[in-house]
Every structure is written in C-alpha cells, then in structure tokens.
Design a protein around this ligand. Structure first.
Ligand code: HEC
Length: 198
C-alpha cells in the first residue's frame, strides 16, 4: 500500500483494483461551474421552450426556410422568359454546363445527338433536335417539361427540377436550344396534348 498523500493534498482512496488506486481529487472549479451553468441553462431552456413555447420550433424554422426558397425560386422563374433562354443558348459557359448535365442525365432516353435514336434503334425519349414538339417548342415550354416532367408522367419523362435544381435545368434547356435557331418553325406533334398539329 503506497503512502497516503503528503501535505494536505488529495487523499488516496483505500480501495485497490488490479494494483490501481485512485486519489480523491476535487474537480477544478472552472469545470464544476461550467457543469452547474449547463444544468441551470437546461432547466431554463426546457421550461421556456417546452412549457412556454418561447423560440421557434424546428418545424417552424424549416417551414420559414422552405417558404423563403420557394419565394426566391418563384422570383427567379419570373425573370426567365423565351428571350433570356435564347440568350443563354448563346452563352458558351451555360451551354457547356448544360451539355454536361445532358450527358449524365438525359442521354439514356434522348441520345447523345438528341435524336432519341442510337444505331437506328428508337430510345424511350422524343427527339430534341427536330422541329416537332409534343409539348411545345417555345423555350419556356421546354423548360416547363424538363422542370416538371411530361403532364402524363407514365409516358416516361420524369420531373428533373427536384433532382437537378432550377439552375441545372435551365442550363440543360439552354444546351438543347443551342442546337436550334430562334425563329425556326416549331410544330406540334400529332399526339400533342396542347392541341391539333399546326
Ligand atoms: C427515362 C427516360 C428519359 C430521360 C432520362 C429523360 N427523358 Fe425527356 N422525355 C422522355 C419521354 C418518354 C418523353 C416524351 C413524354 C411524352 O410522351 O409526353 C420526353 C420528353 C422530353 C421533352 C419534350 C419533347 C417534346 O417533343 O415536347 C423534353 C424537352 C425532354 N424530354 C428533355 C429531357 C431532358 C433535358 C432530360 C435530362 C435532364 C430528359 N428529357 C431526360 C424520356 C426521358
């Protein structure tokens, strides 16, 4: 048994396990006070938050944040029109970014050359390089289809905005438009839900 602590320092506790003994140490004051403060804070916070409803709940916080995002997106969308999309289709940086998204996300159904055909075989998507559009050939109409998918989702064109976000959707539409000319004739396909072919 080792000697007890000299002077008036911490005393050695009598118990011993596997030859290990411990001193009866007092915790430092800074530690104790931090601990007391957290306990007091907990009680105050608990009463305030759960009993009196002070402060916003997580749900409320999320709701506010989501509303802000929706509002922001709405304002962004209001700024996008056909002319802006045509202008973006001439912007090399935007088109390059759109091409990258296209090649990872759209190629499987619309083909690398936008023809929706690969080696003569028809892919599930519609050609995007011709002048016939099922859902309208105006840039904002194309944007809507890519954002929200085809009105009849069972046709196989999913909504992309939830996955890609608005910016990448806009870029990919600019890329499609870069393969077209503003003012070129755009016809509606025979099976277009928008009306009889013109
Ligand atoms: C899983 C297959 C698939 C993928 C992937 C896909 N599409 Fe489609 N897409 C379709 C189908 C099918 C249609 C036709 C929907 C219909 O008949 O209403 C379509 C229609 C469209 C149209 C409307 C064409 C028209 O004639 O009006 C556009 C534009 C379009 N896709 C763009 C895209 C873009 C951009 C991407 C990538 C972000 C993409 N698609 C990814 C299957 C796909």
């Amino acid at each position: 048994m080792p000697p007890d602590s000299p002077n008036s320092g911490p005393t050695l506790r009598p118990h011993e396990y596997d030859g290990i003994q411990e001193y009866d140490q007092k915790l430092p004051n800074w530690w104790l006070f931090s601990w007391y403060i957290t306990m007091v804070f907990f009680v105050i916070a608990w009463v305030a938050y759960y009993q009196f409803g002070v402060g916003m709940s997580d749900e409320k916080n999320i709701e506010t944040a989501m509303a802000k995002i929706a509002d922001f997106q709405k304002r962004e969308l209001e700024m996008i029109d056909d002319d802006k999309l045509w202008a973006m289709s001439k912007d090399e940086k935007i088109v390059t970014a759109g091409a990258a998204t296209y090649s990872t996300t759209c190629i499987a159904c619309h083909a690398a050359d936008l023809s929706a055909h690969i080696a003569g075989a028809k892919l599930p998507g519609l050609p995007l390089n011709d002048q016939e559009w099922k859902h309208g050939g105006q840039p904002t109409q194309i944007l809507t289809i890519v954002r929200k998918g085809a009105p009849d989702l069972t046709k196989g064109m999913p909504p992309w905005e939830p996955q890609l976000g608005l910016q990448r959707v806009v870029e990919v539409v600019a890329y499609i438009l870069s393969k077209h000319e503003k003012g070129e004739p755009a016809t509606l396909a025979a099976d277009s839900p928008l009306g009889a072919p013109k």
